[in-house]
Each structure stands twice: as structure tokens, then as C-alpha cells.
Design a protein around this ligand. Structure first.
Ligand SMILES: [Zn+2]
Length: 167
């Protein structure tokens, strides 16, 4: 029995080779190498126990169980990852919504401030006009009081004149 190994040349091409060496043949017949479940060391296919720690080579049944266990674990982790991803997306959209609300609130509050200062401007203008009107009316009243005094004085003098004439 001989085995063909596809050795690779320097130029990358595969060179078919016939294995004649007894050690290489034994190695090929040993089957796939296996790594120890206990310590992780690599072992030859024909070794029934780990050369490093002495642990027995896992049986096919145990390997199948391990595979199933880790496949389930992987599926579970994927589910958890998807849930976390979904939660992350939700948080991002929530934060974007809050950002939008903040922008709107800023606009509204600016408009409110603008409205308030416009109102203040109108009130101030009205107040100024009212004060001017009041002081104008006050000086007119003073004038009229003066005129009233003058007419009263003239009327009194006229009455005095009439009284003198009557005597
Ligand atoms: Zn080991």
C-alpha cells in the first residue's frame, strides 16, 4: 500500500509523491490528529491517550455530545446577540427621537422668548406714549387753570365795576 501526498513545489504547483517511508506510512494510517479535550495538546491519530496529560482520547459519542452542546450554546449566544443588537437599535432611535424633540423644544423656546420680547417692546412703546400724553394733558390743565383764574379775576372786577356804578 502506498499513499500519494500532494507536496507543494516552490512555484506553488502540487507534486504527487509516493510515500514509501515506513514512519510516514504509519502516520498516514493513524487517521486524523486530535487535540486533547483536557489540555488542548495536539496528539497523533493513533494515540489513545494524550501524550501531554494522559487524558483519554474522547469517544465519537462524547465528541458528538460536545459538538451538540457547543452548537446549542452558539445558537443561544446568537439569539442573545440579536436581542442585544435590537436593543441597541432601539436605544439609538430613542436617542435620535430625543435629539429631535430637543431641537423642536429649542425652536419653540426661542420663539417664546421672541414673542415675550416683542410684547415687552409693545408695552414699553405704549407706556412711553401714555406718559407723554399724560404730561401733555397736565401742562394743558395747568394752562387752563391759569386761564380760569384769569377769567375769574376779570369777572370779579366786572362785578365790582357794576357794584360801583350802582352806588
Ligand atoms: Zn492532554
Amino acid at each position: 500500500m502506498s499513499f500519494d501526498f500532494g507536496a507543494i513545489n516552490a512555484d506553488g504547483s502540487v507534486q504527487a509523491e509516493t510515500v514509501e517511508d515506513a514512519d510516514l506510512k504509519a502516520l498516514a494510517e493513524a487517521g486524523a490528529d486530535w487535540s486533547c479535550a483536557a489540555c488542548g495538546s495536539g496528539n497523533r491519530g493513533d494515540a489513545s491517550a494524550c501524550t501531554q496529560c494522559g487524558a483519554e482520547k474522547a469517544s465519537a459519542e462524547n465528541l458528538n455530545r460536545a459538538h451538540d452542546c457547543w452548537s446549542n450554546k452558539q445558537a443561544e449566544t446568537e439569539r442573545e446577540r440579536n436581542a442585544a443588537e435590537e436593543e441597541k437599535e432601539k436605544e439609538i432611535s430613542k436617542s435620535q427621537m430625543i435629539q429631535k424633540e430637543l431641537v423642536t423644544a429649542r425652536i419653540v423656546s426661542r420663539q417664546h422668548a421672541d414673542g415675550e420680547s416683542a410684547l415687552q417692546f409693545i408695552y414699553d412703546a405704549y407706556q412711553e406714549q401714555a406718559e407723554k400724553k399724560v404730561s401733555a394733558l397736565e401742562s394743558r390743565l395747568k394752562e387752563m387753570d391759569q386761564q380760569l383764574k384769569e377769567s375769574q379775576r376779570i369777572a370779579t372786577r366786572a362785578q365790582d365795576g357794576l357794584r360801583l356804578e350802582a352806588i
